[in-house]
Design a protein around this ligand. Structure first.
Ligand code: FAD
Length: 313
């Protein structure tokens, strides 16, 4: 059975949930082989084995010293050497760039923002605010597929996770952008935005000095906090929490939008959420076209009531 390469997302050896989702999807296609870049493989190997990785290819340390280009060279070489059936990465901004570069090098095609993939390598994409589903397939070469976090339900299945150090000759061209410093963003108690099962996001309707109303509801649900660009541009909440076309893409089981109008650029980052709840005082707000449940009302009344009820349970 041909190998399916899965680029591992991890923080200091802690494998992110999205990688377990990718390994689950990879098992439908072929034999999952994890590709590890950076330190910490010893701590991460158990999680990879639990979700069916038969191999763990460990990249030379140098690959991690530079920005995206060497990772694309590594994936290209591995795909060629191992005769891989496909390459799966999570659909983060960085990985989408790696995916594009890898597909160019392989002379194949890239499919991004995929929400599902089957054994025949047909991918599913949710578009137009979730109203339409399209299917696509790369017709030439090794497909490079960027899958949105939280799109595939992870299922455990034992794999050997046999470690193999791999080498790659990094070209001079790939060494132009070197990593000079890594700054770990303060994590806090809340789950990471792109990994969270529940996201509570606030928009301009929240107001300049009251984001606690969003945070309190998020904390009652064990959720991550998100924000619209209007909020971030106004300096009410930090940039790394922006959801949308120019922010993060999220696909949680539950997305609660408080005081967010539902502009197309915001939808682009959350439209594949499984359940969408909107609270907005304007019954004509476009977010209601997308929402599974809507509350027309003042979020400063509705959200605290909701928080109180949830906290009672
Ligand atoms: P608004 O559109 O102003 O909506 C505020 C909503 O709050 C309104 O619907 C109002 O009825 C409601 N409201 C007000 N008070 C209350 C209350 N007390 N209770 C309940 N409801 C209330 N936007 C993003 O979010 N993410 C992006 O990544 C992004 N990228 C962009 C990229 C480009 C190239 C461009 C041009 C725009 C981008 N935008 C993005 C901006 C986007 O077009 C919208 O301007 C933005 O999403 C609006 O944010 P908002 O919904 O918070 O604010």
């Amino acid at each position: 059975m041909a190998e399916v390469l899965v680029l591992v997302d991890h923080v200091d050896g802690q494998v992110k949930k999205v990688t377990t989702e990718l390994l689950t999807a990879a098992r439908r296609i072929g034999e999952p082989a994890a590709v590890w870049v950076g330190e910490g493989v010893e701590s991460g190997k158990a999680a990879l084995a639990e979700f069916g990785a038969e191999k763990v290819y460990v990249a030379p340390a140098e690959v991690n010293d530079y920005v995206v280009a060497p990772k694309a060279e590594l994936l290209t070489k591995l795909a060629q050497d191992k005769g891989a059936a496909a390459i799966l990465v999570s659909a983060t901004a960085e990985n989408k760039e790696i995916a594009g570069r890898t597909a160019v090098k392989l002379g194949s095609g890239v499919l991004t923002d995929v929400v599902d993939v089957n054994a025949e390598l047909v991918t599913e994409h949710s578009i137009f605010g979730g109203a339409t589903v399209t299917h696509a397939r790369v017709r030439t070469g090794v497909p490079v597929i960027a899958v949105r976090p939280n799109s595939v339900v992870p299922e455990a299945a034992a794999g050997a996770a046999a470690e193999e150090a791999v080498s790659v000759e990094i070209s001079d061209a790939a060494k132009t952008a070197k990593v000079v410093e890594r700054v770990v963003q303060e994590k806090g108690e809340r789950p990471e935005l792109t990994e969270a099962a529940i996201v509570v996001s606030g928009g301009r309707g929240v107001g300049s000095d009251d984001f606690a109303v969003v945070e309190n509801l998020a904390d009652s649900l064990g959720a991550a906090v998100g924000a619209s660009r209007a909020v971030v541009d106004s300096g009410w909440y930090p940039n790394q929490f922006q959801v949308g076309q120019t922010g993060k893409t999220v696909s949680p089981n539950l997305y609660i939008a408080l005081g967010i109008s539902g502009a197309i650029q915001h939808r682009a980052g959350m439209q594949t959420s499984k359940n969408i709840v909107a609270v907005n005082k304007d019954p004509e707000a476009p977010i209601f076209e997308l929402a599974d449940f809507g509350v027309v009302g003042d979020l400063h009344t509705v959200a605290p009531q909701l928080t109180e009820e949830i906290n009672k349970r």
